[in-house]
Write a protein that binds this ligand. Structure first.
Ligand code: JDQ
Length: 235
């Protein structure tokens, strides 16, 4: 299995510190993945190392300039031959979901462009759409506005990294979790509820079927719970 390469570009690299902790950090230690964080400021020119400017057409706020972004993107792309997926985090992107996580987990090199202010000069997106060996994707993690792309990149990275074989302790558990549970019509279902000891807690009992030892009945109960909970969410 070849190693997945992730690059994250930001003016706030300290926001990405969680990437060296926990599951993500362990995966990196095990050399299953390689994550590098790049400070956009290192690619800014001039005495002021400016990375933003006022928006054409007017309006509030600032827009990140194209040139430092192009220099940073080309610097990280140069580290590897082959294809680069340039991921532009934006509230105007395609909604991230589990199927996109599976798709991105198959790629060799993901570059996350984390903008700030009012976002990045749109010509970065337009330009790399036409550059050989680049695919550009505009992705949103949901319909709310964050202050920048860093938290969105952390969410997407965590969803992808846990899909890589060897990253989580028990590979079998991926099969039966939320969003890989399949319904009658092959749609994604949410998970069934889970319980652990004690069997009675503050007057709440574990559903007796789970104590029965009847595995076929347990499987039927769990899939009925998943179906019912999914239907309720869609009401
Ligand atoms: C950036 C902003 C007003 C952007 C700047 C860069 N799902 C999701 N929500 N918010 C983002 C993604 C996101 C991603 C990158 C970002 C927000 N902002 C702030 C403010 C208009 C556009």
């Amino acid at each position: 299995m070849s190693k997945l390469q992730f690059d994250v570009i930001s003016i706030f690299p300290e926001y990405l510190a969680p990437l060296s902790l926990s599951l993500v950090g362990k995966a990196q230690e095990n050399e299953l993945i390689d994550i590098a964080i790049t400070d956009l400021r290192d690619f800014a020119q001039g005495a002021h190392k400016s990375v933003d400017d006022t928006p054409y057409g007017g309006g509030a706020g600032m827009v990140m300039s194209a040139e430092p972004w192009a220099n940073a993107i080309e610097s990280v792309a140069q580290k590897s031959t082959g294809h680069h997926e340039l991921i532009m985090l934006t509230p105007a992107g395609k909604r991230f979901d589990q199927s996109m996580a599976y798709e991105l987990a198959q790629k060799e090199h993901l570059i996350f462009a984390c903008g700030r202010y009012e976002g990045i000069d749109y010509r970065i997106t337009e330009h790399y759409q036409g550059v050989e060996n680049f695919t550009v994707r505009e992705i949103s993690i949901g319909d709310y506005v964050l202050n920048g792309g860093e938290v969105a990149a952390l969410v997407i990275l965590e969803a992808i990294i846990r899909l890589i074989p060897g990253v989580i302790g028990n590979p079998a558990s991926l099969e039966e979790e939320s969003h890989s549970i399949r319904g009658e019509e092959n749609e994604n279902l949410v998970e069934y509820p889970s319980y652990t000891k004690p069997a009675s807690w503050r007057g709440h009992e574990v559903p007796p079927v789970l104590l029965s030892g009847n595995h076929a009945e347990i499987a039927r109960w769990r899939s009925a719970q998943s179906e019912a909970r999914t239907r309720q969410l869609r009401e």
